[in-house]
Design a protein around this ligand. Structure first.
Ligand code: SF4
Length: 295
């Protein structure tokens, strides 16, 4: 079901810049996400209700964004806007609606920089406007020399295995489609990275798996790779923790118990797991001389 909603605000400002994605602002054209990744916590009760089958279009987003960016631009509060922090800005419906495209045009008009996070090749439709943002945006002073451009694009992967992706990201474009899109964006001169998020315990988190993924990213000449572990929330049938364990039971029963053990005390695995994962990741990044941060 697709709803239309009217919002009071569409641009959210952080108190301080995010160290990972470098954004001061986030912007989501849609509420909910039709890619339906099993591990995604926006679908369940973490965000205050079951919106697993609801995708909402923020119909007045362009009008509100003009007002909000005008105010920020007047005060020269320039900062990177992450487009797609809790939805994918290039869902299938975007092809017809062009809502993300309209918002990018407004961002260009007010000269703000963007970091677009997506899993979709539909981003290629907006190359024209992204190029204009890339060369015209006003960056925060301290990022000017480090970035020297107005657009960052990153693609999220939990795996590069097509079969695993079909199970865990059933309605998202395939890993291969994402890689081909990366190639095209790189050919156009964009700064393009990969978010290995979330790395799936016992499925894509081994050193061998990380090695395969990062080696491939190097081959596709990505500029950076960021990594994040799995988090699982909730105990209702639509919550990602419940749905994730159901999928493991169906397809990977042999790792169900050990995965449950990782999440028995918290929404995230224990510190020793996270530290070991980070070390493996950093080792592999070093091996392939690939940056594990944007700047
Ligand atoms: S694409 Fe992102 S926002 Fe959409 S369901 Fe997957 S993880 Fe969630």
């Amino acid at each position: 079901m697709i709803n239309e909603i009217v919002v009071k605000s569409v641009l959210n400002k952080h108190k301080k810049r995010d160290n990972w994605f470098l954004e001061n602002y986030t912007l989501n054209p849609y509420s909910g996400c039709s890619f339906k990744c099993i591990y995604c916590y926006i679908q369940g009760s973490k965000y205050g209700g079951d919106n697993s089958n609801n995708l909402s279009i923020k119909v007045n987003a362009p009008e509100i964004l003009v007002k909000q960016l005008k105010r920020r631009a007047l005060k020269r509060e320039y900062g990177i806007i992450v487009v797609g922090s809790s939805t994918d800005p290039y869902l299938d419906i975007e092809e017809k609606l062009c809502l993300t495209r309209e918002l990018l045009q407004i961002i260009y008009r007010f000269k703000f920089p963007v970091h677009v996070i997506t899993k979709s090749n539909l981003i290629l439709r907006d190359l024209d406007i992204l190029m204009k943002i890339n060369s015209n945006a006003n960056l925060p002073v301290d990022l000017k020399t480090k970035l020297n451009r107005g657009v960052i694009v990153s693609f999220s992967f939990s795996t590069i295995d097509e079969m695993l992706a079909k199970i865990f990201e059933p309605d998202a474009p395939s890993p291969m489609e994402r890689l081909e899109t990366i190639l095209k964006l790189k050919e156009e001169g964009f700064l393009v990275g990969v978010n290995l998020m979330p790395v799936l315990p016992f499925l894509s988190d081994s050193e061998e798996n990380l090695d395969k993924m990062i080696k491939l990213m190097k081959y596709y000449e990505v500029d950076f790779v960021l990594m994040g572990g799995l988090t699982l929330f909730g105990d209702k049938s639509t919550d990602c923790k419940v749905r994730y364990f159901e999928i493991l039971e169906k397809y990977f029963p042999e790792i169900l118990e050990k995965t449950k053990n990782l999440f028995q005390n918290s929404f995230a695995p224990p510190r020793h797991y996270q530290m070991a994962l980070s070390k493996r990741f950093e080792r592999v990044c070093k091996k392939y001389c690939i940056k594990s941060s944007i700047i």
